[in-house]
Design a protein around this ligand. Sequence first.
Ligand code: ADP
Ligand code: MG
Length: 713
Amino acid sequence: MNTESLSPALKKTNKGHELDSLFKPRSIAIIGASSKDLSIGNVIIKNLVHYNFTGKIYPINPKEPEIRGIKAYPTIFDVPDDIDLAHVIIPSKFVPQIIEDCGKKGIKSVIINSAGFSEMGEEGMALQEAFLAKAKEYGVRIFGPNCQGIINADPEFNAYCDFTFTFPKPGAVSIVALSGGVGAFIMQSLFDLDIGMRLYASNGNACDVSISEVVKYYGEDEGTKAIILYTEGFREPKDFIEAANLVAKKKPILAMKSGRTEAGAKAAASHTGSLAGVDISTELIFEKTGILSFSNEEDLCQAAMAFSTQPIPKGNRVGIITNTGGPAVIAADELVSSGLQIPALSDKALQLLRAGLLPEASVGNPIDVVATGSGAHFRIALDVLMDEETIDSIFVNFVTAPFTDTDEVARQIVEVSKRQRKPIICNFMTNLSMERFRVTAQLLKDGGVPCYSFPTTAAKAMGALYKFHKIQTRNIGEAKKFSVIDKVKAEKIIAAYSSSSDEGRFLPSPFVYDLLTAYGIPVADWRLAANTNDAVKAAEEIGFPVVIKAEASDLVHKSDLGGVAINIKTAAEVKIAVEAMKEKFVKGELKFFIQKFMPGGKELIIGVSGKPDLGHLIMFGMGGIYVEVLKDVVFKLAPVTELEATEMLASIKSAKLLDGVRGQKGIHKASVIEIIQRISQLVCDFPQIKEMDLNPLMAFENKTIVVDARIKI
Ligand code: ADP
Ligand code: MG
């Protein structure tokens, strides 16, 4: 490569986005360039050259006059030119000084490949802080440290600032991955699937340029059609939510977070109280911001193939064209389970098909053009479906029958696909060891038709396109602000219980119920009694039957310990229950919580778990004894809107029970939906609430009432 003969256009400095110096460098210095073949300082230069980097390469090495045939300089100050980006591949202890030098030289971005920083404990952390301070002082952006780097596959740049070994062809999918290992194998998978890539970023320790910032940058990058994201959680979740909110509806973000299945299982198995250590937050962030979440990397890459070339469908109605029966049936099953429909075609469409296809063709949806169907027959079917108003996307099931001109079939599919009117997905069944069919396959791939080798895989990709349509059209709305609440009273309660000695303890019941009442959440009528006589008086005031609960600090699972007596009908029964509890519990602080008995409701649970830097997770599900048995709960990230609360009720496994089954009455859903939103407002107003468990709420045909609650501040 000739670094001396750059066009003036390439020499112009980067204006525009701050990260352009990182992703669109015109000149790169490799600080720690090495003539040793297998060193990172050598491989990066080799990769830049191999990938035909369009800018200038400046190896920096105090001893070598040249590296890989490129003139080297002792220091960056000896380089007679501006430098956009520097790679730093030197021992960590020298990095702070080098960052200062970079600042003085006017370098805007630095990729620190070296390790030995925050991942190495205190000493490394100190070094990281030292170079960050220098970076800040000089306005240098740091990518890494302990990272791979970036790649820009746009032929205008061909910037391979990375030491990996996959050289992607230019395309429209951009990747951001915290883990270099995962990033690299996703890049390799796209390569294997013949999917082009655009930008790549793997930022290791991510001490400065964050995943959120890269996502935002990709969002603004015109050439990026879809984004692949891999992370192990977010250090600053709120920044990420903000970035994802800006990008995710505009461009599909296909994401995967490791450990989700295990985490999900754990979360479902736990009470809200023991949720704290379980990380399902990332999943909820994905859901809230409209990120397509994948449970495995293969589905993700396969879906990326569809997103990289196909438009997003406008609805869920699929037309299927096939030249063989069985695989279309398999595909149809998967399509339907992804929420897609395979509607009947109009009379006009059927007429056109009958007139144009072979007599043995099966006319309907699926359209079976039969194995002897030619390119022309496929074309007729494709055109009919493209014009059919009740069809949003087209699934082609194409087996390379040896007695047809398969290339012609491919050409017809490509031609129609290129018009980008409706998405086309192709399940392409062939023998790629035969030259003839390899040509057909290449025609499809070069033509941008996403080809899959299993009907289910193809159908899943179609499902992903449709899911993105749903994300784009889903409007969760704003969280409601209930105005008739007593925030001042709530503030007083929380302040009264916020001294450090109370930290991590449960609020006494009277506080809990007052707090709920202040936020308009209906609770069963209650009194607190100190002794037997008061208990009888309280029960009479409330009206029999009542429930008596032992009240003592940190008494959590009352009924397990005999601390709950239900359906108390007389003063005599009150006395018996109270005396029995006095036997069981420490007398000193024992009080009695007398509550209206509310029999016959369905027991529900609403829970809250506070997450540092993120806010609260809100849980809803079947409550009471059912929590442990059914583990039937769902989560959302606060603030929860009305639509989201409604979705929560609909998405538990036993959603149908809420409607009433086998003669039972259904519950009053609107009141539950309202309570979820009021709880959401309460925890958003008071972030210091750490944990909350309303279990159970008694849900009736006409109302829902809280009968047990605990709150930790
Ligand atoms: P804990 O959860 O501490 O064991 P609860 O107050 O939730 O104690 O009571 C346990 C069970 O008793 C509830 O799940 C519910 O079935 C029943 N129960 C409690 N209070 C009432 C009430 N006011 N009306 C009807 N049933 C109640
Ligand atoms: Mg309970």
